[in-house]
Ligand binder design. Structure first.
Ligand code: UD1
Ligand code: UDP
Length: 353
């Protein structure tokens, strides 16, 4: 029996790791342990509860206004203790967060093999997304088996010299998660769903994004804009300052995953700087304005990279609303990010190797 420890700590990792953990737990050849870093708290707990995942360990590292250094150090420290206690055959991490980076580094130092889920995403700009582009590249240096969501991600890893026979294209487990939350019938209501939280945008970039959103709200009063605001106090401050008090903008607390997916399914379009939301929008055929200067999800789908420029955001929105043919062409673009069977594929591969 192989012992696998899955380590994660933020909302997006939980969304994408929980379906895989459920799949691994079904198989008798694995002993699966879950170690939460607690990098996030309420955002994380609401997802693990939804999937019915109980943690074996919880490092509970989150602090208000945590710094990258502080949380990384505490996760490495906690992970060392957990790995020494459990002596796993494999540590599974996901994506590019501080939790994933710190856990993979601890495993590497302890000579424990690392499996990387959602491996190979790159912008090749170390400052965008920050610090995730560093984290994901560093994790690739520690991992001995990589699960790439797309062929393009696999090619990135091969270009960087990783052994092709240890890289598997599996699709993204985010589509497995979408299949888990019962979806409602899709509609295209006059609803704009917004999310924004990236560290590199906090400040000028985020101000420009929110100013564009405010202009849209005023110019299109028949549109309702819903923004579940990330709990990061720095994000909340700018959101309330620029978007607060607008009649057709609802600033709300983060929604639980089911609610968020159902709102997404009802939206006309999405604006986001999130990674996971880009993939979900593509999977549900929702046009998505990507509020970043660079994206690692270049495969397309229903994504339009608009950056943080106020004019560009506004004109992309106007085109989607005014030009039905354009809207439909984006909406009907094929989804490159997965087919809902990624967890099964990853578990099959782990069983085989
Ligand atoms: C982190 C990830 C980022 C991911 C994002 C998802 C890193 C470096 N960044 O972002 O890749 O896109 O999570 O949301 O790992 N907070 C709460 N409750 C929560 C979660 C956060 O109060 O449940 C507040 C805390 O004050 C915390 C702040 O939000 O200090 C920021 O959280 P943090 O995990 O540091 O967020 P990011 O680095 O922005
Ligand atoms: N999400 C959610 N509630 C919200 C906003 C987002 O459940 O109010 C989910 C969303 O469906 C996606 C994930 O959070 O699966 C994305 O997380 P986030 O945007 O925080 O991080 P990223 O993907 O950018 O790393």
């Amino acid at each position: 029996m192989k012992k696998i420890i899955a380590v994660f700590g933020t909302r997006p990792e939980a969304v994408k790791m929980c379906p895989l953990i459920l799949e691994l737990k079904k198989r008798e050849c694995f002993e699966v342990k879950v170690c939460l870093t607690g990098q996030h708290r309420e955002l994380l707990d609401s997802v693990t509860e939804l999937f019915g995942i109980k943690a074996d360990y919880d490092l509970s590292v989150m602090k208000k206004d945590q710094t990258l250094i502080d949380m990384t150090a505490r996760i490495i420290d906690g992970a060392e203790w957990v790995f020494a206690e459990e002596k796993p055959d494999l540590v599974l991490v996901h994506g590019d967060t501080s939790s994933a980076f710190a856990a993979s580094l601890a495993a590497f130092y302890m000579k424990i093999p690392v499996g990387h889920v959602e491996a190979g995403l790159r912008t090749y700009d170390i400052s965008s997304p920050y610090p995730e582009e560093f984290n994901r590249r560093a994790i690739s240096m520690t991992s001995s088996i990589d699960f790439a969501p797309t062929e393009a991600a696999r090619e990135n890893l091969i270009k960087e010299g990783k052994a092709p026979d240890r890289i598997f294209v599996t699709g993204n487990t985010v589509v497995d998660a979408l299949n888990f939350t019962a979806k409602e019938v899709q509609t295209d209501e006059k609803l704009l769903l917004l999310t924004a939280h990236r560290r590199e945008s906090i400040g000028e970039g985020m101000r420009k994004i929110f100013s564009a959103v405010r202009s849209i709200a005023r110019k299109y009063p028949d549109f309702k804009i819903v923004y579940p605001v990330h709990p990061n106090p720095a994000v909340r401050k700018i959101a309330e300052e620029i978007l607060g008090g607008e009649e057709n903008i609802e600033l709300c607390e983060p929604l639980d995953l089911k609610e968020f997916h159902s709102l997404l399914a009802r939206s006309y379009l999405v604006m986001t700087d999130s990674g996971g939301v880009q993939e979900e929008a593509s999977a549900l055929g929702k046009p998505c304005l990507v509020l970043r200067d660079k994206t690692e999800r270049r495969e397309g789908g229903s994504l339009l990279l608009v950056g943080t420029n106020e004019k560009e955001i506004l004109s992309a929105f106007e085109r989607l609303v005014d030009d039905k043919e354009f809207y439909d062409s984006i909406k009907n673009a094929p989804n490159p990010f997965g087919d809902g069977k990624a967890s099964e594929r990853i578990a099959d591969i782990l069983e085989r190797i």
